[in-house]
Ligand binder design. Structure first.
Ligand code: LIP
Length: 266
């Protein structure tokens, strides 16, 4: 890997450290699936444990940096110049069900711009990494988005709606609209990995509504540095941490965007 800013080194170290306990916890899930109590509480504590390891590691180096996390919320709120955005387990439902499609996601931001990020699937041992101006990597290899030119040949990934979504019908009609125009659609259950998979060309595009910023913050820089294009659409200014994302190889961006805008899905 050719990335070497102090921030990326720090994030990578925090990720590796947290992943050791996460791998142990994932190993327990199988036993818990068949227990009468089920794995629910255990997963919540695995999430918290992983997050604590990451925060402790990052704070040792920069106690004053802002932190936005899924479990703890916001730390050092007034520091917007330097912020970590952390999702300790993105793809919690997969983790809970013993499906190895989940990741730790950590991004570093300066003045609202993501400068570097890491998405790590500890079970597959796949680390996606990028820093501004230095390209994107999967483990030690440089990655690029796909070269697909047309939406009709494209493999697209999406997610949602969440159980509590109030716009389920809209999301389902959007799914139908898109599926009529593309080669095929997948739904894998981890937004962070979905974006990373577009960055390395496994998918040609991804969209999803009602995500949390920590799910996809690291993905933004990983995709951009791999030559992709990312856009937040239909933003609600009152909910800055909730995002509707469209992330593509850039070639098919406008076409996919057009499908999401269709009148009949309103
Ligand atoms: C999840 C995402 C998943 C999405 C869910 C949720 P979590 O994040 O990665 O793809 O469909 O809405 O946000 O809760 O596992 O960190």
């Amino acid at each position: 890997m050719r990335l070497n800013s102090p921030q990326i080194n720090l994030i990578t170290r925090a990720c590796m450290k947290a992943s050791r306990s996460l791998i142990r916890d994932f190993g327990e899930i199988e036993n818990l699936q068949v227990s009468t109590k089920g794995p629910g509480d255990f997963v919540t504590s695995a999430d918290k444990r992983t997050e604590k390891i990451i925060i402790d590691e990052l704070q040792k180096a920069h106690p004053d940096y802002g932190i936005v996390t899924e479990e703890t919320g916001i730390i050092n709120k007034s520091n917007l110049d330097n912020r970590w955005i952390i999702d300790p387990i993105d793809g919690t439902m997969n983790f809970l069900n013993g499906i190895p499609q989940f990741a730790i996601s950590i991004a570093y931001e300066e003045n609202d711009e993501v400068k570097c990020g890491v998405i790590f699937n500890p079970i597959m041992n796949e680390m996606f990494c990028a820093e501004k101006g230095n390209g994107s990597y999967l483990n030690n290899s440089r990655i690029r988005v796909s070269n697909k030119k047309n939406i009709k040949d494209s493999l697209i990934v999406t997610g949602g709606p969440n159980g509590s979504s109030k716009i389920k019908d809209k999301i389902f009609s959007e799914y139908i609209n898109v599926s009529k125009s593309v080669s095929n659609i997948r739904k894998l259950g981890s937004a962070a990995l979905d974006v990373a998979y577009v960055a390395c060309g496994r998918f040609d595009g991804y969209w999803q509504r009602e995500l949390n910023y920590w799910d996809i913050a690291a993905g933004i820089i990983i995709l951009k540095e791999a030559g992709g294009f990312v856009e937040f659409f239909d933003e609600d200014k009152n909910l800055p941490l909730v995002k509707n994302i469209l992330a593509t190889n850039a070639n098919i961006h406008d076409e996919l965007r057009g499908l999401l805008n269709k009148k009949d899905i309103e």
